[in-house]
Every structure is written in structure tokens, then in C-alpha cells.
Write a protein that binds this ligand. Structure first.
Ligand SMILES: [Zn+2]
Length: 362
């Protein structure tokens, strides 16, 4: 999960053409080709299920927030299910977004509620197809690294250094002939990383880390799913079986049933927030308020080599989202994964998921 720095123009939010809520093919341009050619044909059935789940979860989250907002605004009578809904919604909103509530159980920060609301609103429009179609690819294995001295496959007789000079900062360019419509066949990026004992034939997105799930290129409107992202479970309701594993509460719980239960829908909601909300993944912090970092090997554009460097650990996964909400509550409603987990929890509404696993509501 990685993002480019360009922001999607928000003016497109007003373009409206209802397509059908959560209908995968109405919301994405899909290359109808086999996986080795970058297409999603082999994954279409599972993606269709996961996208419908993602949109049903987004809708449930939107309903939950709207309920809490309208109930809070009613000075007189509360809806009959007000107390019951508070038990379901408030702890999860606190766990993911750092929400706090007054003694009546009403959100005490309308600013925070508005940020949550705005992002859910954008996601609702992603699901009805009214803010335009993005492209989705199911591998990057069709991309080939061409050194700048190679001939450009699309301009015989000319070298890459001549035809793609502005993209050659790393000594070459990535090339794929299998793209939707008029999308560019060239992509800037560092060369494949050679890993001991493993072939250096790696793509420009998924090839750097086997756990890498997906990338969103906000400037081009493209989501690329990688193997780890595609291998996750789909059909959230069927996964609700995880909810039946009773576990004693522990604040030390580090892996969560919600990560597994949400599966591919979590990834899709996450990537759509990069697209429609222009949200970036937030860093996580230690008790002293410093960013937590990790050592990784990355391409250094100054030395043109792969080198070890420190990068921020980002708030992926349930436990990191809880940490972020505790330590940086103002940043939590701007973190994509926090929305993914909140939405899945609101969709599986018989449970309090605020500890990361299911506790049945009375
Ligand atoms: Zn991300």
C-alpha cells in the first residue's frame, strides 16, 4: 500500500451519474486479460464479491455515523435503539478514530465527526460510480525493465534514453504493452532489486516485498493489486465464523480477528481512500511521541543504488490503528486502514469489534 503525492481533484465529486451501488464493473475499468498480461480476468469473481462487501461495509459505516449525528441533534426524544446503537458504534469509533463522548454518549468533537463524515461520503460515491471509473490491475508481472540503452519497442530505431528521457532518472524505464485504453505504456521507477537466490525479474510495484498488497497511483487513477492482496478472503459474512472464537479480553492483543475477517474488502476500502479522499497512510508513534521507524532497502535517487535506510512504520492493521487513535487522535480520522476496520465492524453489526475480535452484543 503506497501512494503517489498528487491529489485527485475534488471538483469531480459533483459529477454525478448513478451506476449501481457496489457493482464492480460499473466502478472500475478492468483489463479483460489473463493475470500474466496484467488483467483481472482470473480474479473477477472474487473481486466482484470483495467490492460488494466493501461497499456494503461503507454503507453500514455511513449509516452508523449518520445515526449518531442525528440522534445527537435531537434535543428531545431519542430513537428507541439509541442506547443499543451506542454500545455498538461508540467503542469502535473510539478505537479507530479516537472519538470521545460526553456523558450522554454524544460525540464531543464535531470537527472529528465531520472529517469522518467527509471521507465516508467520498467512499459512498466511489461505490455508486459517480466520481468516475478508475483502472484496476491484478499483477505487475507484465511490466518489463528496459535500460535506457535499449531500443524503444514502440519506436523502432530509437533508444529509450531518447524517447523517454524524462523518465530515465534511474537508468531506464518500465514498459508494459497491456494497458486499458490510452493509459501510458511507460512508468518511471527504480530497476528490479536483486535478491539473493531469487530471480531479478520483478515488477515495479509488487516485486519488492512479498507482503505488499496493493498500490494506488492517485495521479493516474490506477489501483494495482499484488498477490498478497488478491489471496485474502472474500465474502465477509461467510468469514463471520471467526467471530465465534471466544477469546479473553487482553489489551495486549496484537493480531486481530478483524484483519482476517475483513480480507480483501479492507484492502479495497483502503485503496479507494487514497483515491477519493486523498488520504495518506499515517505513521505510528511511540510513547515519547516520536515516529516509529524501520530499516528497509530502498532505491536512493542520489547514488542510483539500493541502500538501507529508515522509513516510517505506517498505521496498517488493526493494532496499529488502535495505537494511532490513542497517541495521535487528530490523525486517526485521516488514516485509510482506520476506515476499513470501522466499516467492516459496522457491517458485522451483531458484535462489538472494538478489541479487534468479536464480543457478542447483548
Ligand atoms: Zn495505503
Amino acid at each position: 500500500m503506497r501512494r503517489s503525492l498528487l491529489f485527485y481533484p475534488l471538483s469531480l465529486l459533483v459529477v454525478s451519474a448513478y451506476a449501481g451501488f457496489g457493482v464492480f464493473e460499473e466502478c472500475f475499468n478492468i483489463l479483460d486479460a489473463k493475470e500474466s498480461d496484467g488483467g483481472c480476468r482470473d480474479h473477477k469473481a472474487r473481486l466482484t464479491t470483495a467490492w460488494k462487501d466493501a461497499c456494503d461495509a461503507i454503507s453500514a459505516a455511513n449509516d452508523a455515523i449518520n445515526f449518531m449525528r442525528s440522534a445527537a441533534n435531537t434535543e428531545t426524544e431519542k430513537p428507541a435503539n439509541w442506547a443499543q446503537e451506542q454500545l455498538r458504534i461508540n467503542p469502535m469509533s473510539a478505537a479507530m478514530f479516537g472519538s470521545r463522548f460526553d456523558d450522554r454518549g454524544v460525540f464531543d468533537s464535531m470537527t472529528r465527526l465531520s472529517v469522518i463524515d467527509t471521507n465516508l461520503f467520498s467512499l459512498m460515491h466511489a461505490c455508486d460510480g459517480s466520481i468516475g471509473k478508475w483502472s484496476i490491475y491484478c499483477t505487475d508481472a507484465d511490466w518489463e525493465w528496459l535500460k535506457e540503452t535499449r531500443e524503444d519497442p514502440e519506436q523502432p530505431g530509437k533508444k529509450i534514453s531518447e524517447t523517454q528521457s524524462t523518465m530515465c532518472g534511474s537508468g531506464g524505464v518500465w514498459y508494459s504493452k497491456n494497458r486499458v485504453g490510452t493509459e501510458s505504456h511507460y512508468r518511471e521507477g527504480p530497476p528490479p532489486k536483486k535478491v539473493l537466490g531469487v530471480s531479478s525479474k520483478k515488477g515495479p510495484i509488487c516485486g519488492f516485498d512479498k507482503d505488499y498488497m496493493a498500490e494506488t497511483d492517485m495521479s493516474l487513477g490506477i489501483i494495482t493489486l499484488c498477490k498478497a492482496g488478491l489471496d485474502q478472503v472474500v465474502d465477509i459474512k461467510a468469514q463471520e465464523i471467526y467471530a465465534d472464537k471466544k477469546k479473553p479480553f487482553s489489551s495486549q492483543t496484537k493480531s486481530s480477528d478483524l484483519d482476517k475477517t475483513g480480507g480483501m474488502a479492507i484492502t479495497l476500502i483502503h485503496e479507494m481512500l487514497h483515491m477519493v479522499g486523498a488520504l495518506k497512510d499515517q505513521a505510528i508513534y511511540d510513547d515519547a511521541g516520536n515516529k516509529i521507524t524501520q530499516r528497509v532497502t530502498m532505491w536512493n535517487t542520489k547514488t542510483n543504488k539500493y541502500e538501507e535506510t529508515n522509513t516510517d512504520v505506517l498505521a496498517y492493521g488493526y493494532a496499529n490503528c488502535v495505537d494511532l487513535a490513542k497517541r495521535k487522535p487528530d490523525l486517526a480520522p485521516r488514516n485509510p486502514d482506520s476506515f476499513s476496520f470501522f466499516a467492516i465492524a459496522m457491517y458485522l453489526k451483531d458484535w462489538d469489534w472494538s478489541h479487534g475480535y468479536a464480543q457478542r452484543l447483548a
